[in-house]
Design a protein around this ligand. Sequence first.
Ligand code: ADP
Length: 256
Amino acid sequence: MSTPDAPVRLESVRKVYGSGDSAVTALDGVTVDFPAGSFTAVMGPSGSGKSTLLHCAAGLDQPTSGSVTLVGNELVGKGETELTLLRRKHIAFIFQSFNLMPALNVWENVTLPTVLAEQKPDEQWVAKVIELVGLGDRVKHRPGELSGGQQQRVAIARALVSRARVTFADEPTGALDTQTAADVLALVRELAKAGQTVVMVTHDPVAASYADNVLFLVDGQIVSRLAEPTPEAVAAALAGLSSRAGKPDGLVQGRR
Ligand code: ADP
């Protein structure tokens, strides 16, 4: 279904790495909308194109052909300076490696995107968000003084504070224990409830079940989708992926 005002849209996106005999088609004609306030998990076997999809959607990588729009801005063909400004304005990232600045404390890390965008942080909102992610007593700590779960909470607080229209998450819970991962995923879901568009790459059916929708990639193509996923339905869909590869899109209903 096409959503003209979706903050993130990919149309016929192809990405080929290399050339000649060594060319690898990482994305093979991907068309997808990520509507406002939606939380989508992207799944698929290793090498199916998940990271490439995320990187192209976020303007971190340029497709070979096709169109990517971010909040109405065409990203394909734009220069690095313009892309950096658009990312800064519209996108928050939550990656497995946290991407925090080691020399800055929690408050400074959380407000950095706002400061870089030359805006004044809303201090009450910042304090509320840091409290919400459970770091109220760690405001002056640097990342090196925090656990992995706490560092990921800083990245989520940073996404909330930035009020970015879009959050891209790449295996955000890959390095976390089960309980911390559940807490972090519940917070990521809050980002979408607050109106952000969240796109999360994961290989974990439990993590994916926090999303509203799951897209399954095989060989650079979206081969199926699952709405209202449960961990069981996601695991079953993953197990059936190889047999679906190459077949047209299917829409499967999961959670009731
Ligand atoms: P996934 O995230 O699903 O594991 P990727 O998007 O990382 O998949 O990769 C998709 C395909 O593109 C793989 O075959 C991978 O080897 C290839 N690929 C990814 N990045 C590069 C690159 N920088 N140079 C060459 N090939 C790449």
